[in-house]
Unconditional design. Structure first.
Lengths: 327, 136
Protein backbone atom coordinates (compact mmCIF):
# COMPACT_ATOMS: atom_id res chain seq x y z
CA UNK A 1 0.00 0.00 0.00
CA UNK A 2 3.00 2.33 0.11
CA UNK A 3 4.03 4.43 -2.84
CA UNK A 4 7.75 4.54 -3.44
CA UNK A 5 9.36 7.91 -4.07
CA UNK A 6 6.84 9.80 -1.96
CA UNK A 7 8.11 11.21 1.28
CA UNK A 8 5.97 10.44 4.30
CA UNK A 9 4.64 13.72 5.58
CA UNK A 10 4.35 13.98 9.34
CA UNK A 11 3.92 16.72 11.89
CA UNK A 12 7.43 18.17 12.39
CA UNK A 13 7.21 18.66 16.13
CA UNK A 14 5.02 17.18 18.83
CA UNK A 15 4.44 18.38 22.38
CA UNK A 16 2.39 16.45 24.92
CA UNK A 17 -1.21 17.48 24.28
CA UNK A 18 -2.76 19.48 27.11
CA UNK A 19 -6.56 19.40 26.97
CA UNK A 20 -6.64 21.83 29.88
CA UNK A 21 -5.23 24.56 27.67
CA UNK A 22 -7.44 24.63 24.59
CA UNK A 23 -6.80 27.48 22.14
CA UNK A 24 -9.92 26.89 20.05
CA UNK A 25 -13.10 25.83 21.91
CA UNK A 26 -14.48 24.30 18.70
CA UNK A 27 -11.79 21.58 18.99
CA UNK A 28 -13.03 20.39 22.37
CA UNK A 29 -16.72 20.86 21.46
CA UNK A 30 -16.30 18.73 18.34
CA UNK A 31 -14.23 16.12 20.16
CA UNK A 32 -17.01 15.82 22.78
CA UNK A 33 -19.67 15.56 20.14
CA UNK A 34 -17.80 12.95 18.09
CA UNK A 35 -17.01 10.77 21.08
CA UNK A 36 -20.62 11.06 22.33
CA UNK A 37 -21.76 9.93 18.88
CA UNK A 38 -19.50 6.86 18.82
CA UNK A 39 -21.19 3.72 17.57
CA UNK A 40 -20.39 0.34 16.03
CA UNK A 41 -22.35 -1.55 13.35
CA UNK A 42 -22.74 -4.52 15.72
CA UNK A 43 -25.21 -2.43 17.75
CA UNK A 44 -27.64 -2.17 14.82
CA UNK A 45 -29.94 -5.23 14.35
CA UNK A 46 -29.20 -5.57 10.63
CA UNK A 47 -30.42 -9.17 10.54
CA UNK A 48 -33.98 -7.84 10.88
CA UNK A 49 -33.60 -6.69 7.27
CA UNK A 50 -33.07 -10.18 5.85
CA UNK A 51 -36.77 -10.65 5.02
CA UNK A 52 -37.02 -7.20 3.49
CA UNK A 53 -33.93 -7.86 1.35
CA UNK A 54 -35.68 -10.91 -0.06
CA UNK A 55 -38.50 -8.70 -1.37
CA UNK A 56 -36.13 -6.65 -3.57
CA UNK A 57 -35.76 -7.56 -7.23
CA UNK A 58 -32.37 -8.75 -8.46
CA UNK A 59 -31.86 -5.38 -10.12
CA UNK A 60 -32.65 -3.52 -6.89
CA UNK A 61 -30.25 -5.69 -4.94
CA UNK A 62 -27.45 -5.15 -7.43
CA UNK A 63 -28.06 -1.39 -7.29
CA UNK A 64 -28.00 -1.42 -3.48
CA UNK A 65 -24.76 -3.36 -3.33
CA UNK A 66 -23.09 -1.13 -5.89
CA UNK A 67 -24.16 1.97 -4.01
CA UNK A 68 -22.68 0.56 -0.81
CA UNK A 69 -19.36 -0.46 -2.38
CA UNK A 70 -19.12 3.09 -3.75
CA UNK A 71 -19.67 4.48 -0.28
CA UNK A 72 -17.15 1.98 1.12
CA UNK A 73 -14.53 3.34 -1.28
CA UNK A 74 -15.11 6.93 -0.18
CA UNK A 75 -15.01 6.02 3.52
CA UNK A 76 -11.82 4.03 2.95
CA UNK A 77 -10.18 7.01 1.25
CA UNK A 78 -11.28 9.37 3.99
CA UNK A 79 -10.14 6.99 6.75
CA UNK A 80 -6.74 6.05 5.44
CA UNK A 81 -5.74 9.13 3.43
CA UNK A 82 -8.13 12.07 3.76
CA UNK A 83 -8.46 12.75 7.47
CA UNK A 84 -4.86 11.66 8.06
CA UNK A 85 -3.56 14.06 5.39
CA UNK A 86 -5.08 16.96 7.34
CA UNK A 87 -3.10 16.24 10.52
CA UNK A 88 0.22 17.90 9.51
CA UNK A 89 -1.59 21.17 8.67
CA UNK A 90 -3.36 21.46 12.02
CA UNK A 91 -3.31 24.79 13.80
CA UNK A 92 -3.60 23.24 17.27
CA UNK A 93 -2.65 19.88 18.84
CA UNK A 94 -6.33 19.35 19.62
CA UNK A 95 -7.17 19.69 15.94
CA UNK A 96 -4.69 16.86 15.26
CA UNK A 97 -6.47 14.70 17.83
CA UNK A 98 -9.89 15.41 16.28
CA UNK A 99 -8.60 14.22 12.88
CA UNK A 100 -7.48 10.93 14.41
CA UNK A 101 -11.04 10.46 15.66
CA UNK A 102 -12.48 11.33 12.25
CA UNK A 103 -10.07 8.91 10.51
CA UNK A 104 -11.03 6.06 12.84
CA UNK A 105 -14.77 6.65 12.47
CA UNK A 106 -14.41 6.63 8.69
CA UNK A 107 -12.87 3.17 9.02
CA UNK A 108 -15.85 2.15 11.18
CA UNK A 109 -18.17 3.44 8.44
CA UNK A 110 -16.25 1.54 5.76
CA UNK A 111 -16.46 -1.66 7.79
CA UNK A 112 -20.17 -1.22 8.50
CA UNK A 113 -21.01 -1.71 4.81
CA UNK A 114 -19.30 -5.07 5.00
CA UNK A 115 -21.52 -5.88 8.00
CA UNK A 116 -24.57 -5.07 5.88
CA UNK A 117 -23.27 -7.25 3.02
CA UNK A 118 -22.43 -10.25 5.16
CA UNK A 119 -25.85 -10.07 6.83
CA UNK A 120 -27.87 -9.79 3.64
CA UNK A 121 -26.07 -11.52 0.81
CA UNK A 122 -23.61 -14.10 -0.45
CA UNK A 123 -19.84 -13.97 -0.83
CA UNK A 124 -20.13 -14.22 -4.60
CA UNK A 125 -22.48 -11.26 -4.83
CA UNK A 126 -20.25 -9.26 -2.49
CA UNK A 127 -17.19 -9.99 -4.65
CA UNK A 128 -19.12 -9.00 -7.77
CA UNK A 129 -20.10 -5.66 -6.24
CA UNK A 130 -16.54 -4.89 -5.15
CA UNK A 131 -15.33 -5.78 -8.65
CA UNK A 132 -17.89 -3.33 -10.06
CA UNK A 133 -16.52 -0.60 -7.77
CA UNK A 134 -13.03 -1.01 -9.20
CA UNK A 135 -14.33 -1.04 -12.77
CA UNK A 136 -16.83 1.83 -12.74
CA UNK A 137 -15.07 4.78 -14.37
CA UNK A 138 -17.07 7.52 -12.73
CA UNK A 139 -16.56 6.08 -9.26
CA UNK A 140 -12.83 5.67 -9.88
CA UNK A 141 -12.65 9.19 -11.28
CA UNK A 142 -14.29 10.62 -8.18
CA UNK A 143 -11.65 8.87 -6.07
CA UNK A 144 -8.84 10.09 -8.32
CA UNK A 145 -9.95 13.72 -8.22
CA UNK A 146 -10.02 13.75 -4.44
CA UNK A 147 -6.79 11.78 -3.96
CA UNK A 148 -4.98 14.20 -6.28
CA UNK A 149 -5.72 17.07 -3.88
CA UNK A 150 -4.88 15.06 -0.80
CA UNK A 151 -1.43 14.42 -2.28
CA UNK A 152 -0.99 18.07 -3.27
CA UNK A 153 0.95 20.58 -1.23
CA UNK A 154 -1.80 23.10 -0.48
CA UNK A 155 -3.27 22.59 3.00
CA UNK A 156 -6.38 24.69 2.39
CA UNK A 157 -7.16 22.93 -0.89
CA UNK A 158 -6.97 19.62 0.97
CA UNK A 159 -9.59 20.93 3.39
CA UNK A 160 -11.85 21.98 0.51
CA UNK A 161 -11.55 18.54 -1.13
CA UNK A 162 -12.17 16.86 2.20
CA UNK A 163 -15.26 18.93 3.00
CA UNK A 164 -16.73 18.31 -0.45
CA UNK A 165 -16.18 14.59 0.05
CA UNK A 166 -17.81 14.58 3.51
CA UNK A 167 -20.70 16.89 2.64
CA UNK A 168 -21.38 16.25 -1.06
CA UNK A 169 -19.86 13.12 -2.61
CA UNK A 170 -21.54 10.64 -0.26
CA UNK A 171 -25.05 11.73 -1.10
CA UNK A 172 -25.58 10.02 -4.44
CA UNK A 173 -25.18 6.89 -2.31
CA UNK A 174 -27.01 7.98 0.85
CA UNK A 175 -30.10 8.63 -1.25
CA UNK A 176 -30.83 4.93 -1.77
CA UNK A 177 -31.15 3.72 1.85
CA UNK A 178 -33.34 6.79 2.53
CA UNK A 179 -35.45 5.80 -0.47
CA UNK A 180 -35.79 2.21 0.80
CA UNK A 181 -36.61 3.47 4.27
CA UNK A 182 -39.38 5.69 2.89
CA UNK A 183 -40.85 2.51 1.36
CA UNK A 184 -40.51 0.66 4.68
CA UNK A 185 -37.67 -1.48 3.29
CA UNK A 186 -34.25 -2.16 4.81
CA UNK A 187 -35.17 0.07 7.73
CA UNK A 188 -32.42 -1.19 10.05
CA UNK A 189 -29.83 -0.61 7.35
CA UNK A 190 -31.26 2.92 7.04
CA UNK A 191 -30.83 3.41 10.80
CA UNK A 192 -27.14 2.54 10.43
CA UNK A 193 -26.74 4.89 7.45
CA UNK A 194 -28.38 7.68 9.45
CA UNK A 195 -25.61 7.28 12.05
CA UNK A 196 -23.05 7.71 9.26
CA UNK A 197 -24.93 10.75 7.90
CA UNK A 198 -24.88 12.32 11.38
CA UNK A 199 -21.13 11.74 11.69
CA UNK A 200 -20.43 13.19 8.24
CA UNK A 201 -22.29 16.38 9.19
CA UNK A 202 -19.92 16.94 12.11
CA UNK A 203 -16.88 16.09 9.97
CA UNK A 204 -17.94 18.46 7.18
CA UNK A 205 -18.75 21.22 9.65
CA UNK A 206 -15.41 20.88 11.44
CA UNK A 207 -13.14 20.65 8.41
CA UNK A 208 -15.06 23.50 6.77
CA UNK A 209 -14.69 25.54 9.94
CA UNK A 210 -10.92 24.94 10.00
CA UNK A 211 -10.76 25.95 6.34
CA UNK A 212 -12.37 29.28 7.24
CA UNK A 213 -9.93 29.78 10.13
CA UNK A 214 -7.16 29.12 7.59
CA UNK A 215 -8.57 31.70 5.18
CA UNK A 216 -8.12 34.34 7.88
CA UNK A 217 -4.37 33.78 7.65
CA UNK A 218 -3.97 34.40 3.91
CA UNK A 219 -4.30 37.60 1.88
CA UNK A 220 -7.30 38.71 -0.15
CA UNK A 221 -5.84 37.53 -3.48
CA UNK A 222 -5.31 34.05 -2.09
CA UNK A 223 -8.81 34.00 -0.64
CA UNK A 224 -10.23 34.81 -4.08
CA UNK A 225 -8.10 32.10 -5.67
CA UNK A 226 -9.33 29.55 -3.13
CA UNK A 227 -12.94 30.54 -3.69
CA UNK A 228 -12.56 30.06 -7.46
CA UNK A 229 -10.80 26.78 -6.85
CA UNK A 230 -13.64 25.60 -4.59
CA UNK A 231 -16.37 26.34 -7.12
CA UNK A 232 -14.33 24.84 -9.98
CA UNK A 233 -13.74 21.68 -8.01
CA UNK A 234 -17.43 21.56 -7.09
CA UNK A 235 -18.39 21.79 -10.79
CA UNK A 236 -15.87 19.12 -11.75
CA UNK A 237 -17.15 16.78 -9.04
CA UNK A 238 -20.77 17.63 -9.79
CA UNK A 239 -20.48 16.72 -13.46
CA UNK A 240 -18.90 13.43 -12.51
CA UNK A 241 -21.57 12.83 -9.84
CA UNK A 242 -24.31 13.31 -12.42
CA UNK A 243 -22.70 10.64 -14.66
CA UNK A 244 -22.27 8.34 -11.69
CA UNK A 245 -25.90 8.89 -10.70
CA UNK A 246 -27.04 7.88 -14.19
CA UNK A 247 -24.80 4.78 -14.10
CA UNK A 248 -26.50 3.67 -10.91
CA UNK A 249 -30.07 4.86 -10.99
CA UNK A 250 -31.19 4.94 -14.63
CA UNK A 251 -32.17 1.28 -14.40
CA UNK A 252 -34.71 2.06 -11.68
CA UNK A 253 -35.80 5.46 -13.01
CA UNK A 254 -34.65 7.49 -9.99
CA UNK A 255 -31.84 9.60 -11.48
CA UNK A 256 -33.76 12.90 -11.58
CA UNK A 257 -34.88 12.51 -7.99
CA UNK A 258 -31.30 11.74 -6.90
CA UNK A 259 -30.01 14.85 -8.67
CA UNK A 260 -32.23 17.11 -6.57
CA UNK A 261 -30.70 15.51 -3.49
CA UNK A 262 -27.24 16.19 -4.97
CA UNK A 263 -28.05 19.88 -5.49
CA UNK A 264 -29.43 20.22 -1.99
CA UNK A 265 -26.32 18.68 -0.47
CA UNK A 266 -23.91 20.57 -2.77
CA UNK A 267 -25.36 23.76 -1.31
CA UNK A 268 -24.81 22.49 2.22
CA UNK A 269 -21.23 21.50 1.40
CA UNK A 270 -20.51 25.01 0.11
CA UNK A 271 -22.09 26.50 3.22
CA UNK A 272 -19.85 24.32 5.39
CA UNK A 273 -16.94 26.08 3.66
CA UNK A 274 -18.52 29.47 4.38
CA UNK A 275 -19.79 30.10 0.83
CA UNK A 276 -23.30 30.86 -0.29
CA UNK A 277 -25.51 28.19 -1.82
CA UNK A 278 -24.95 27.66 -5.57
CA UNK A 279 -28.08 25.80 -6.72
CA UNK A 280 -31.37 27.75 -6.73
CA UNK A 281 -34.41 26.53 -4.81
CA UNK A 282 -36.05 25.40 -8.07
CA UNK A 283 -33.61 22.47 -8.35
CA UNK A 284 -33.16 21.64 -4.66
CA UNK A 285 -36.75 20.57 -4.01
CA UNK A 286 -35.85 17.19 -2.56
CA UNK A 287 -38.61 14.60 -2.59
CA UNK A 288 -40.42 15.12 0.76
CA UNK A 289 -40.36 11.37 1.42
CA UNK A 290 -36.55 11.36 1.21
CA UNK A 291 -36.29 14.41 3.45
CA UNK A 292 -38.65 12.80 5.95
CA UNK A 293 -36.54 9.63 5.94
CA UNK A 294 -33.52 11.79 6.72
CA UNK A 295 -35.15 14.02 9.31
CA UNK A 296 -38.68 13.04 10.38
CA UNK A 297 -39.76 16.53 11.50
CA UNK A 298 -38.13 18.59 8.78
CA UNK A 299 -41.24 19.27 6.71
CA UNK A 300 -42.51 22.81 6.50
CA UNK A 301 -45.79 22.24 8.28
CA UNK A 302 -43.97 22.41 11.57
CA UNK A 303 -43.07 26.04 10.95
CA UNK A 304 -45.30 28.98 11.74
CA UNK A 305 -44.02 31.07 8.83
CA UNK A 306 -44.20 28.44 6.07
CA UNK A 307 -47.32 26.49 6.91
CA UNK A 308 -50.63 28.27 7.33
CA UNK A 309 -50.14 30.02 10.65
CA UNK A 310 -53.58 29.08 11.94
CA UNK A 311 -52.86 25.37 11.73
CA UNK A 312 -49.87 25.64 13.99
CA UNK A 313 -50.32 23.73 17.21
CA UNK A 314 -48.03 24.56 20.05
CA UNK A 315 -46.48 21.38 21.33
CA UNK A 316 -47.59 20.38 24.77
CA UNK A 317 -45.34 21.54 27.56
CA UNK A 318 -42.98 18.80 28.65
CA UNK A 319 -40.21 18.73 31.17
CA UNK A 320 -37.08 18.78 29.08
CA UNK A 321 -34.34 16.38 29.98
CA UNK A 322 -31.70 18.98 29.17
CA UNK A 323 -29.61 19.45 32.27
CA UNK A 324 -28.88 22.85 33.80
CA UNK A 325 -32.03 24.38 32.36
CA UNK A 326 -33.69 25.95 35.33
CA UNK A 327 -36.00 28.90 35.54
CA UNK B 1 -39.36 42.90 14.91
CA UNK B 2 -36.21 42.67 16.99
CA UNK B 3 -34.21 39.46 16.46
CA UNK B 4 -32.03 38.20 19.31
CA UNK B 5 -29.60 35.42 18.46
CA UNK B 6 -26.66 33.42 19.67
CA UNK B 7 -23.92 32.45 17.23
CA UNK B 8 -20.77 30.54 18.12
CA UNK B 9 -17.39 31.40 16.62
CA UNK B 10 -18.41 29.51 13.47
CA UNK B 11 -20.58 32.61 12.75
CA UNK B 12 -23.27 30.74 10.77
CA UNK B 13 -26.21 32.24 12.64
CA UNK B 14 -24.53 35.63 12.78
CA UNK B 15 -24.25 35.69 9.00
CA UNK B 16 -27.92 34.77 8.65
CA UNK B 17 -29.02 37.47 11.10
CA UNK B 18 -27.01 40.09 9.23
CA UNK B 19 -28.94 39.39 6.05
CA UNK B 20 -32.29 40.13 7.70
CA UNK B 21 -33.98 43.47 7.23
CA UNK B 22 -35.02 43.47 10.90
CA UNK B 23 -32.84 44.84 13.71
CA UNK B 24 -30.83 42.19 15.49
CA UNK B 25 -28.87 41.74 18.68
CA UNK B 26 -26.17 39.11 19.23
CA UNK B 27 -25.83 37.49 22.64
CA UNK B 28 -22.32 37.55 24.10
CA UNK B 29 -20.04 34.63 23.19
CA UNK B 30 -19.09 33.93 26.78
CA UNK B 31 -21.49 33.05 29.57
CA UNK B 32 -19.38 35.07 32.02
CA UNK B 33 -20.18 38.28 30.12
CA UNK B 34 -22.86 40.53 31.62
CA UNK B 35 -26.47 39.41 31.20
CA UNK B 36 -28.45 40.99 28.36
CA UNK B 37 -31.98 42.34 28.91
CA UNK B 38 -34.45 43.34 26.22
CA UNK B 39 -37.35 45.81 26.52
CA UNK B 40 -39.41 45.06 23.39
CA UNK B 41 -41.01 41.97 21.81
CA UNK B 42 -38.53 39.85 19.85
CA UNK B 43 -37.90 36.60 18.03
CA UNK B 44 -35.00 34.38 19.09
CA UNK B 45 -32.68 32.45 16.74
CA UNK B 46 -30.87 29.50 18.27
CA UNK B 47 -28.55 26.88 16.84
CA UNK B 48 -28.66 23.37 18.32
CA UNK B 49 -25.75 21.87 20.22
CA UNK B 50 -24.96 18.29 21.05
CA UNK B 51 -26.30 15.48 18.95
CA UNK B 52 -28.50 13.39 21.14
CA UNK B 53 -31.18 13.56 23.79
CA UNK B 54 -28.75 13.27 26.66
CA UNK B 55 -26.67 16.37 26.18
CA UNK B 56 -27.35 20.08 26.31
CA UNK B 57 -28.89 21.05 22.98
CA UNK B 58 -29.66 24.62 24.01
CA UNK B 59 -26.57 26.88 24.07
CA UNK B 60 -25.72 28.01 27.59
CA UNK B 61 -25.81 31.64 26.51
CA UNK B 62 -29.44 31.22 25.40
CA UNK B 63 -30.32 29.62 28.73
CA UNK B 64 -28.68 32.46 30.61
CA UNK B 65 -30.60 35.02 28.56
CA UNK B 66 -33.93 33.24 29.06
CA UNK B 67 -33.34 32.78 32.77
CA UNK B 68 -34.34 36.46 33.08
CA UNK B 69 -38.12 36.54 33.46
CA UNK B 70 -38.56 39.84 31.57
CA UNK B 71 -36.78 38.36 28.56
CA UNK B 72 -39.06 35.32 28.56
CA UNK B 73 -42.18 37.50 28.68
CA UNK B 74 -41.19 39.41 25.55
CA UNK B 75 -40.28 36.30 23.51
CA UNK B 76 -42.75 35.89 20.61
CA UNK B 77 -41.29 32.90 18.83
CA UNK B 78 -38.19 30.87 18.05
CA UNK B 79 -36.26 30.35 14.81
CA UNK B 80 -34.03 27.29 14.62
CA UNK B 81 -30.71 26.98 12.80
CA UNK B 82 -29.60 23.42 12.15
CA UNK B 83 -28.78 20.58 9.79
CA UNK B 84 -31.21 17.82 8.74
CA UNK B 85 -28.30 15.37 8.95
CA UNK B 86 -29.05 15.28 12.68
CA UNK B 87 -32.33 13.54 11.91
CA UNK B 88 -34.96 13.83 14.62
CA UNK B 89 -32.71 16.23 16.52
CA UNK B 90 -32.87 18.79 13.69
CA UNK B 91 -33.32 22.19 15.38
CA UNK B 92 -33.96 20.46 18.69
CA UNK B 93 -32.93 23.52 20.71
CA UNK B 94 -35.57 25.68 18.98
CA UNK B 95 -38.28 23.15 19.81
CA UNK B 96 -37.14 22.88 23.43
CA UNK B 97 -37.13 26.63 23.95
CA UNK B 98 -40.51 27.02 22.22
CA UNK B 99 -42.14 24.41 24.42
CA UNK B 100 -40.54 25.66 27.58
CA UNK B 101 -41.65 29.25 26.91
CA UNK B 102 -44.97 28.34 25.29
CA UNK B 103 -44.30 30.14 22.00
CA UNK B 104 -44.28 28.76 18.41
CA UNK B 105 -41.31 27.61 16.38
CA UNK B 106 -41.51 30.25 13.67
CA UNK B 107 -39.10 28.83 11.12
CA UNK B 108 -36.12 26.56 10.65
CA UNK B 109 -33.19 26.85 8.28
CA UNK B 110 -29.96 24.97 7.64
CA UNK B 111 -26.39 26.23 8.10
CA UNK B 112 -26.05 29.74 6.61
CA UNK B 113 -29.60 29.74 5.22
CA UNK B 114 -30.54 30.26 1.56
CA UNK B 115 -31.89 33.49 0.00
CA UNK B 116 -35.38 31.92 0.24
CA UNK B 117 -34.91 31.40 3.98
CA UNK B 118 -33.94 35.06 4.43
CA UNK B 119 -37.02 36.21 2.47
CA UNK B 120 -39.33 33.87 4.38
CA UNK B 121 -38.06 35.05 7.75
CA UNK B 122 -38.22 38.72 6.74
CA UNK B 123 -41.81 38.35 5.56
CA UNK B 124 -42.82 36.22 8.51
CA UNK B 125 -41.42 38.67 11.05
CA UNK B 126 -43.14 41.53 9.23
CA UNK B 127 -46.57 39.94 9.49
CA UNK B 128 -45.88 38.90 13.08
CA UNK B 129 -45.15 42.58 13.83
CA UNK B 130 -48.44 43.63 12.28
CA UNK B 131 -50.36 41.03 14.24
CA UNK B 132 -48.70 42.30 17.42
CA UNK B 133 -49.88 45.83 16.64
CA UNK B 134 -53.47 44.68 16.13
CA UNK B 135 -53.32 42.73 19.33
CA UNK B 136 -52.30 45.73 21.44
Amino acid sequence: MTVSGEKLKLVSHVDAINWNRVQDDVDSDVWDRLTANFWLPEKVPLSNDVQSWATLTQEERTLTMRVFTGLTLLDTIQGTVGAVSLIPDSLTPHEEAVYTNIAFMESVHAKSYSSIFSTLTSTREIDDAFRWSTENQNLQRKAEIILKYYRGDEPLKRKVASTLLESFLFYSGFYLPMYWSSHAKLTNTADLIRLIIRDEAVHGYYIGYKYQRGLERVDEAKREELKDYTFNLMFELYENEVQYTHDLYDSVGLSEDVKKFLHYNANKALMNLGYEAMFPATVTDVNPAILAALSPNADENHDFFSGSGSSYVIGKAVNTEDEDWDF
Amino acid sequence: MLVVYYSSSSEYTHRFAQKLSHPSMRLPLLTRDAAVEVDEPYALITPTYGAGPNRGSVPKQIKKFLSIEGNRELLRGVIGAGNTNFGENYCRAAHLVARKCDVPVLYRFELLGTPEDVANVNNGLESLCQRQQYAT
